[in-house]
Design a protein around this ligand. Structure first.
Ligand SMILES: *[C@@H]1O[C@H](CO)[C@@H](O)[C@H](O)[C@H]1NC(C)=O
Length: 180
């Protein structure tokens, strides 16, 4: 008697378990884009508290209204600040001419920014409209810069963004190829 009542309760509850099981499965099945964002975080050595910021950084203006344009401006400024800060910390007598030269090198789209971005394979990550070539330097570069804007916003301060930029950029100078 008791066991048959238990069976009835079990059968009545069965649909609930099924709903739960499919919900769990749904959350576990990552889309290719979120898998790629995971890999990118590993390459950067930074784990986002809000993955939405990295998602936005990897979204070109041609793809949606919510895009990386403003993050990219912040990122470019953080890169310049970080390079100036490091340069002066290393040599308090650094000439303004040398510092300006360093800044113009680091800000170059083709020779610096896009090279660093391609090494991170951002052309394979960034979301663009079907008509847009994701490998052109301006697209790769805006995505690359936007990463550092996104990190600063996620972290609530700019220190980590500057450190991670230097690590990524130096990796390229040393000829270290980052794993895909
Ligand atoms: C996309 O841009 C890259 C870099 O400028 C270029 O090498 C490539 O040929 C372009 N691809 C297409 C399909 O236009």
């Amino acid at each position: 008697m008791a066991s048959s009542r238990a069976l009835v309760i079990f059968i009545l509850l069965l649909p609930l378990f099924e709903v739960q099981a499919t919900t769990i499965l749904h959350f576990k099945s990552f889309s290719p884009f979120s898998t790629v964002l995971e890999t990118l975080q590993n390459q950067l050595g930074y784990s986002f508290k809000n993955i939405g910021f990295l998602r936005r950084a990897m979204t070109h203006a041609s793809f949606s209204e919510e895009n990386n344009k403003a993050f990219s401006i912040l990122g470019a400024n953080l890169i310049q600040t970080s390079v100036s800060f490091r340069s002066l910390s290393k040599d308090i007598d650094v000439s303004s001419k040398y510092l300006n030269h360093q800044l113009s090198q680091i800000s170059n789209v083709e020779s610096s920014c896009a090279v660093d971005g391609m090494r991170l394979a951002l052309h394979k990550v960034v979301r663009v409209s079907p008509k847009t070539n994701s490998s052109v330097p301006s697209v790769v570069c805006s995505a690359f810069r936007a990463i550092f804007g996104a990190i600063a916003i996620d972290d609530g301060k700019s220190d980590a963004a500057g450190d991670i930029f230097c690590a990524v950029h130096r990796g390229g100078e040393l000829g270290n190829v980052l794993p895909l």
